[in-house]
Design a protein around this ligand. Sequence first.
Ligand SMILES: [Zn+2]
Length: 180
Amino acid sequence: MDTFDPDDIATINSAAALAEELVSNHYKMSASQWLKRRYDIRTLSDLDPGEIIHGPFAQIIRYEGHRRDRSLGSSAYDFYKICLQDHTILTALAQYRQLQLSPFILYIVTHELIHIVRFTRFLQQFDAAPEDRLAEEKRVHAMTHQVLAPVRVSGLADVLEFYGEWRIPYDGMRQQQNIS
Ligand SMILES: [Zn+2]
C-alpha cells in the first residue's frame, strides 16, 4: 500500500497543527486544556493491522487509560488515536485532481477533532447505533464546514466543495482494550 513520503508528513504535521488551533479556538479551549494530551495522529507506517481500514480516510481508536496518581481525582481517561489511512487519501488525491494534500488533511483532522471534542463532552456516544452515527456524521461535517469556511488556505474551497457532494462513507471507529 502507498504511504506518505517525508514531504507529505511535514505537510500533514503543519495542517494538523492548524486544525488543532482552529478546533481549540472554536470550542474556546485554552492550549493547556485537554486537546493536545488527549489524542495522537498516526499514519500508515505506524499503524497495527487492526488500525488499517479500507474506504474511510481515517479511523479513530479510543483507548481507556488509567492514571496511576489517584490523588488527582478521576483516574480513568480516554485517549484517542486518529489513524490516517495513507493509501485511501493518496488514491483520492490521484483520482480527484482538484484536491491538494494540505487542505485535504486540514479537513480530515478538523473533522476528527470535532468528533473527539464531542465524545469527551458527551455530546455523542462513541459506540452509537448506526443510524445515530450517520446523523452525527452529518452534524460533524456541517460543523467542519462552519469551522473552515472563514479560513483562507489555498485549495480549501475545492476540498469543501468535494465534501459538500460526498459525505459517505463515515470514518472507522474502534474501541481498543485498556492501556495503563
Ligand atoms: Zn466523521
